[in-house]
Ligand binder design. Sequence first.
Ligand SMILES: C[S@@+](CC[C@H](N)C(=O)[O-])C[C@H]1O[C@@H](n2cnc3c(N)ncnc32)[C@H](O)[C@@H]1O
Length: 201
Amino acid sequence: MRLRNPKDKDEVINSCTFFYNKEEGFSKEQPIHLEIGMGKGNFILNMALVHPNINFIGVEKYSSVASLAIKKIREYDLPNLKIIITDAKNLPLIIPKKVECIYLNFSDPWPKDRHAKRRLTSPDYLKYYDDLFKNRAQIIMKTDNDNLFRYSLETLQDYGYKLEKISYDLHKEDITNIMTEYEERFTKEGIKIKYVHATKN
Ligand SMILES: C[S@@+](CC[C@H](N)C(=O)[O-])C[C@H]1O[C@@H](n2cnc3c(N)ncnc32)[C@H](O)[C@@H]1O
């Protein structure tokens, strides 16, 4: 998601008090879950509200988009939610060996073969994630996109992940789910949401 810079972007970013910082970490030691590509932040904000016993980090590569998430998040005073503005490939330097679960929600599909490396489930990115996980690796992915889903099931398995649960229509399943902005939009259009929960020891 690329946006024209919101007028107040710099003010919002400069006054943000909840950027993740390796030295400070979180006020309470508890499991860390990460969303890569949080977009406007609905999912990570609601997850943090519902699960106070988990520390959440929302990652977004564009500051224009992140500023919209920050504006929502700053309305709450949540000790268990921080954000990072960066490309996911830089995360091993920022949160090495700390994460228990990664959420990939409606990641950009990058349909052209020559852009496959940019997909967040490409072997290159899966390798970066190896350096983030504390012990067991756990990825939960949702998408509207059949091709990205097929590709991801393959790359995850080839990389040694076990596919614990696959759904081709998430909203028909008995799985607790918090909707993202994209999910709301695709669901209104009648598109079924694909879901996979993958783990690697
Ligand atoms: C299609 S949007 C989905 C946003 C949100 N997860 C949702 O479901 O509504 C994908 C988001 O991932 C971000 N993104 C894509 N590649 C990324 C990367 N390598 N590192 C961090 N964020 C990335 C994009 O900037 C965009 O905001």
